[in-house]
Ligand binder design. Structure first.
Ligand code: SF4
Ligand code: SF4
Length: 161
């Protein structure tokens, strides 16, 4: 599916997530499905929670018992392939990288979008962070229904009127 459409199938996506007990706190979810020579995620992690081995072409693997959910790797990845996720009761929260010009206000509702670019529900914007060292990449915290845990990937503004 990834090779023909560029969109990972559900099994591929689920394989990159952790179970809900582990996701009781924010953990890095890395959707880097290609064997490419890249490693800023691993070199930027302050606690060495990401392993790329045996060489730089290997896909990154997160040790969730070490990951603190600090989000440094999210804004360090040039491919926007990392987000943080956590689940509490019926809500899932994500911290996603965002480089589009569209701006979002804390507290507003936006479209929740899946990996095919389709609207799948509503997401509430909880926070928007800008980083001086990453001028183009904002970190946006959103909340969606927990049923969207493996489908949600990004947000889009709701056009009114
Ligand atoms: S969120 Fe922080 S601790 Fe976790 S893998 Fe990324 S950089 Fe490392
Ligand atoms: S920095 Fe991003 S693109 Fe590069 S290996 Fe890590 S997850 Fe993949």
């Amino acid at each position: 599916m990834l090779n023909s459409t560029g969109v990972p199938d559900k099994d591929q996506v689920v394989s990159r997530f952790f179970d809900e007990k582990i996701l009781s706190s924010y953990k890095a979810i890395i959707e880097c499905y290609e064997d490419i020579p890249c490693n800023p995620c691993a070199t930027s992690c302050p606690v060495s929670a990401i392993t790329i081995a045996p060489d730089i072409h290997a896909q990154p693997v997160v040790d969730p018992s070490v990951c603190t959910g600090c989000s440094i790797c999210v804004t360090s990845c040039p491919g926007l392939a990392i987000m943080l996720a956590t689940v509490k009761k019926d809500k899932a929260r994500f911290k996603i990288p965002y480089e589009m010009n569209e701006s979002f206000e804390k507290g507003t509702e936006v479209h929740a979008i899946n990996r095919s670019g389709e609207i799948i529900g509503v997401a509430k914007v909880l926070n928007v962070s800008n980083y001086p060292h990453q001028l183009k990449t904002r970190l946006i915290t959103v909340e969606v229904d927990a049923s969207l845990l493996h489908d949600f990937i990004t947000i889009r503004g709701i056009q009114h009127g």
